[in-house]
Each structure stands twice: as C-alpha cells, then as structure tokens.
Ligand binder design. Structure first.
Ligand SMILES: *Cc1c(COP(=O)(O)O)cnc(C)c1O
Length: 377
C-alpha cells in the first residue's frame, strides 16, 4: 500500500498528462509558455481571487509575499508552532523574527487566544514590531480565519495564509487561498494539488501586491526587461508543470476532492468504535468547514501508544507518517530565539499519526488499515 498513490493517479490521468507534456515539448516554450498564464487564470477563478501569480515552489511563494510587504529586521511574524519548517524559515530568511503561537489540539491550527497573548507579549517587550500573522491550513483543514482575521484587523496586522496543504478546502463554500490578504500554496507532488516536481502560487485581490509579486518572481523586473528595479528571485513555474497542473486541476475539481472526502468518511466510520471507547481521536472538521485532506491524522493517548501503533502498521505493510515530530520552537535552527512555550504543539508531536490518504484509496484499503489499527490497539 502507498501512503499517497501518485502512480495510480498518473494511470487514471495518463492520456491527458502525456498529451500535455508532449505539447509543451514540441512547442519549445519551456519558460513562461502560454500554459502558465492559462493556469493562473484557472487557479484564480477556482480560488476566487482577482490574481494568481505562479512561482517555483511554496516556500518561494511565502518569501515573495513577505518581500511584497517589506518584512525584515525588527519585524515580528506570528507563526503556528505546529507546521512544516518553511512557514517559519521564510520569516528568518527575510531577517524578521518568527514568534511561535500554540495550536488548537482538535484542529491542529493556530489558536486565536494564544495569538492574542503572543501579540501582547511582543508589544509589552517593545523590541519587535508586530507585522504579520501566518495562518497555516494544516493537513488540508482551513485555519479558524474568522477569529484570526478579527485579531489581525484590531491589531493592524497583515494576514498571510499558508495554504500549501490547504488547496481545495473551504469554509461555508469559500475556498482556501482566499482568506489571507495574500495566500500561498505549493504544488509539491504530495500536496492536495501536486505537479511532477516543484511549483507554487500566490493569491491576492490587491492589484499593487500582485504586480510586485510578479516582479519579485522574475529578478525584480520593471516594465523594461533589462532594467531591474528591485532585487528579486528566479522563481518561475515551468511551462511543463503548468500544463500538467491544468490536467490535474480539472480532475481535482471534478472528482478528486470528493473522492478524498469519501475516503475520510470511510475512515471516520470504521474508526468510530475505537474513538467511542477513547482509544484514539479522529481528525475534527468544524461545522461549515471542508478539508482537502492533505493528511488524515489521528491522535493517540501518548508517545508509547503512537509509536507502538506505527510499528504494528509497518509490520502489516501499512505506511504511516509522523507529521510533525518536532515543534518549530524546538528546531535546532531556531535555538537562538527567545522561544515561547507551546505545550499543545509539543504534545501533538508525541501523539499524532497520519494514515495513507489520497483520492484513489479504495474501501478495501481503508478496511485493511482500520483492521490493523483495531488489532494493534
Ligand atoms: C509543503 C509546505 C510548504 C512549502 O512548499 P514547497 O513547495 O515544498 O516549498 C510550506 N508550508 C507548508 C505548511 C507546507 O506543508
């Protein structure tokens, strides 16, 4: 069994993907070919923003957003403590300071109450200037944007949505990557919408920020190609990846997102008994929210139980992953920071386990995984 079966997806989409790759190969327009602009328009329409600017990967997308806002030394950027390293790495790379915020144990996403507390602490210390909140749509579930946006508005902070894992999710039918003042996503192969290499995108309704992002991704270009007006990056999306993504976006919108939600429902149903007797906790999806299920992540009682379950699954030939084993505040690279303690994130790192999850998972495979979990617990 595969953790995320990309081969099966390719088999399902093969005629369209092969044709798209051949078309690009024959066209010789490998950089900024017509597929790039076409895809950007399709992504913006799907998400519901005025602009989409594609780029080389999800990490660059975050960096470009911070550059657009001029974030740098002396600025505080609030980042959830339980996320992939990129969410905080980009802040430090721009010379700003990441301030880690604890997460909600049930949704895995940023805790608004702790965010409010962290902002107050930074203001009281009087050293850093609070500028941006990065809210991550972890494991495909949109962050609690109502509360986060209220705090950003009252505190005068910009909201950056890291939707690398969240593409396709929604709150009351409004799609992820439309909640931030700027939002970003990643097309890394294992993300909900993945390409065949690296890729990413930036979304915003703001015309000025969109134009700046477009400049930063191509060496800080101005209106005349050989007069560069700012220091930028080389961060374009390849035409080949754009052409593949056009085929995959169609399948994603037409049936993959539904299929992955069906797989989640099957897990929820088959694990209801174990959840009912307190052996495990299934992932929460608040009322009105829809997840794109980048991961289906259980919580176990403690590290021993989690590790034993992972070992038992491995022995049964079932892959599982610990996303994430180390909170941001404990990363070696951030050892020099005056880090806040985030007890919920720390506990999650000891108790979470992600199961095989993708749109092509069959009912038999879900049953195999759940039977093995039942036997182990
Ligand atoms: C994957 C990921 C990124 C980075 O995306 P890349 O395309 O791999 O650079 C950023 N944030 C989160 C939460 C991610 O999961």
């Amino acid at each position: 069994m595969e953790f995320r079966d990309l081969k099966k997806q390719y088999e399902a989409l093969r005629p369209g993907i092969d044709a798209a790759m051949q078309r690009v190969a024959c066209s010789s327009r490998y950089i900024m070919g017509p597929e790039v602009k076409e895809l950007e328009a399709q992504l913006a329409e799907y998400v519901g923003t005025r602009h989409c600017i594609s780029c080389a990967n999800g990490t660059d997308a975050l960096s470009i957003a911070l550059k657009v806002w001029g974030i740098g030394p002396g600025d505080a950027v609030f980042v959830p403590d339980f996320t992939f390293f990129s969410s905080a790495e980009v802040v430090a790379a721009e010379g700003a300071t990441p301030v880690f915020v604890d997460v909600c144990e049930d949704t895995f996403n940023i805790d608004a109450a702790d965010l409010q507390k962290a902002i107050a602490e930074v203001r009281a210390a009087g050293i850093l200037k609070p500028r941006v909140v990065i809210a991550v749509d972890l494991f495909g579930l949109p962050a609690g944007f109502k509360a986060v946006k209220t705090i950003c508005d009252s505190e005068g902070l910009l909201l950056l949505e890291d939707g690398a894992q969240g593409f396709g999710g929604s709150i009351n039918s409004k799609h992820t990557c439309s909640f931030g003042d700027i939002a970003t996503t990643s097309f890394f192969p294992a993300k909900p919408l993945g390409c065949y290499g690296d890729g990413g995108a930036i979304f915003t309704d703001n015309d000025e920020w969109a134009a700046l992002a477009d400049s930063y991704r191509v060496h800080g270009k101005g209106t005349f190609k050989y007069d560069n007006v700012r220091i930028g990056m080389n961060s374009r999306l390849d035409t080949l990846q754009a052409a593949i993504l056009q085929v995959k976006l169609k399948a994603f919108a037409e049936y993959e997102l539904d299929a992955v939600n069906t797989a989640a429902s099957m897990y929820n149903e088959k694990l209801a008994g174990l959840a009912g007797c307190g052996k495990l906790v299934r992932p929460a999806v608040p009322e009105g929210f829809m997840s794109s299920w980048a991961q289906y992540t259980l919580r176990l009682e403690n590290r021993e139980t989690r590790d034993a379950l992972q070992a038992a699954l491995k022995a049964a030939g079932i892959p599982s992953m610990v996303y994430y084993p180390t909170p941001m505040h404990a990363q070696t690279a951030f050892a020099g920071l005056d880090n806040r303690s985030c007890p919920v994130a720390s506990r999650l790192c000891e108790t979470v386990l992600s199961l095989p999850m993708h749109p092509y998972l069959t009912e038999e495979q879900v049953a195999t995984v759940c039977d093995a979990i039942e036997a182990a617990l």
